[in-house]
Ligand binder design. Structure first.
Ligand code: HEM
Length: 390
């Protein structure tokens, strides 16, 4: 039992002492103020994320149970269904994300990354979050999804989404108040008539017409891609730049061998994981690592804690681009629901990190680094950087 609020400013600003407490108190803890079980060890995170017979997603991947009255989130037609139904929906989405689509996206990412890199190299002193990460991701990803949503509005809806996965606290109420004026407009942007021809969104509607998805779910699929794919990727790329700037030896390794860029990103999201907390719900009373968990109760898996579990990783707090993390870290989850957009996130990261590292001799941090406090997302707010051209 832990009598601590994991959604307080103090914990969100620096979650690592809480993660350590969570891992060391036992394989599973009960978070008293919010009434949910939490796991932070690598092994139990793997079990809770994958075993849908004991831990279902049907109650939603946030803290509120979407099957019960008073839930504060709408259901996702991909994240919140268990196998076997999930298997065919996932296969249909995978078809929309065909290798041809992915190849086109790679070219677009690289072109846009070069433009952003040229601009920031001219400026030299930049905010890595606004001028690099947001300029890149928000400038290209929504366009590829085939939807025209201004970047500042995406920041507001993204923050709302990752707050909604946590408790209905003041932080969520503030995010709701900020988003309220644009929510109807946002819902309208996800409708068929707003999709640009030939874009990803249009293809989702076409797949629905062809019977690949349940009728009436296309808008929710498009929304799931926005919900899952924007803020997480921005956070991960921000962490990679932060750590490369903080660790010149690691920057030099990447600069000497650009094929390491992808490992730098992967290690960055192991070291600081964007999607910190994702929920399942117990299916009846279940057993986990020798403990009995009550029926119909939320269980949160902390990917950020598992990714620093010393039972799994040597020197877990160290950022080390040579660490073998591919397929091992839990930043993309694991099992049937493992991130479907992971190769897209990697392509984006490789494009923008590569474009900047290739042109840069030195990256330096020139001021205070701050985090945005969001209930279930870890992400930077400011990253003051000086970029010295090669
Ligand atoms: C660094 C970037 C990203 C991170 C850290 C991340 C993280 C995650 C995690 C942890 C899950 C598993 C959730 C669970 O266990 O229930 C997930 C699922 C998902 N992600 Fe990502 N994601 C990223 C980028 C993306 C991108 C770019 C897209 C879209 C292009 C995307 C779309 C999705 C979707 C649709 C799911 C649900 C898959 C399913 O339930 O079968 N993600 N992501």
């Amino acid at each position: 039992m832990l009598d601590i609020d994991p959604f307080s400013d103090e914990v969100l600003a620096d979650p690592y002492p809480f993660f350590e407490m969570l891992r060391e108190v036992g394989p599973v803890a009960y978070i008293k103020p919010h009434g949910y079980y939490a796991v932070g060890r690598y092994e139990e995170v793997g079990i809770v994320a994958t075993d849908h017979t004991r831990f279902t997603v049907e109650g939603g991947i946030g803290l509120s149970d979407i099957r019960k009255p008073g839930a504060w989130r709408a259901k996702s037609p991909i994240s919140e269904i268990d196998p076997p139904e999930h298997t065919s929906v996932r296969a249909a989405l995978q078809k929309v994300l065909s290798p041809v689509v992915i190849r086109q996206w790679r070219d677009e990412f690289e072109m846009h990354a070069d433009q952003v890199a040229e601009r920031v190299l001219d400026q030299r002193d930049v905010d890595g979050v606004r001028d690099v990460v947001e300029a890149f991701v928000l400038g290209v990803f929504p366009r590829l999804l085939g939807i025209d949503i201004p970047p500042e509005r995406l920041v507001i809806t993204g923050e709302l989404n990752f707050n909604q996965l946590g408790p209905n606290n003041e932080r969520l109420q503030r995010a709701l108040a900020r988003a309220e004026p644009i929510l109807d407009w946002y819902a309208a942007q996800l409708q068929r008539d707003k999709m640009s021809p030939g874009g990803f969104g249009a293809r989702i509607y076409q797949a629905e017409d062809e019977g690949d998805f349940e009728k009436g779910t296309a808008a929710a699929h498009v929304r799931s891609f926005f919900r899952a794919g924007v803020d997480t990727t921005m956070a991960g790329i921000g962490f990679a730049f932060h750590q490369l700037a903080r660790n010149p030896d690691q920057f030099n390794l990447v600069a000497a061998d650009p094929s390491i860029v992808r490992y730098a990103f992967e290690e960055a999201i192991r070291h600081e994981s964007p999607a910190q907390l994702i929920f399942r719900t117990t299916v009846g009373a279940v057993e986990l690592s020798g403990y009995s968990l009550e029926a119909d109760t939320k269980v949160g898996y902390y990917a950020g804690a598992a990714n620093r579990d010393p039972r799994k990783w040597n020197d877990p707090d160290k950022f080390d681009v040579k660490r073998a993390v591919m397929g091992q870290h839990r930043a993309f989850g694991v099992g049937a629901h493992m991130c479907i957009g992971q190769m897209i996130a990697r392509m984006e990261a490789e494009a923008i990190i590569g474009a900047i590292v290739r042109r840069t001799k030195r990256l330096e941090i020139t001021g205070d680094i701050t985090y945005r406090l969001v209930n279930t997302l870890r992400t930077l707010d400011t990253l003051p950087l000086r970029i010295t051209p090669a």
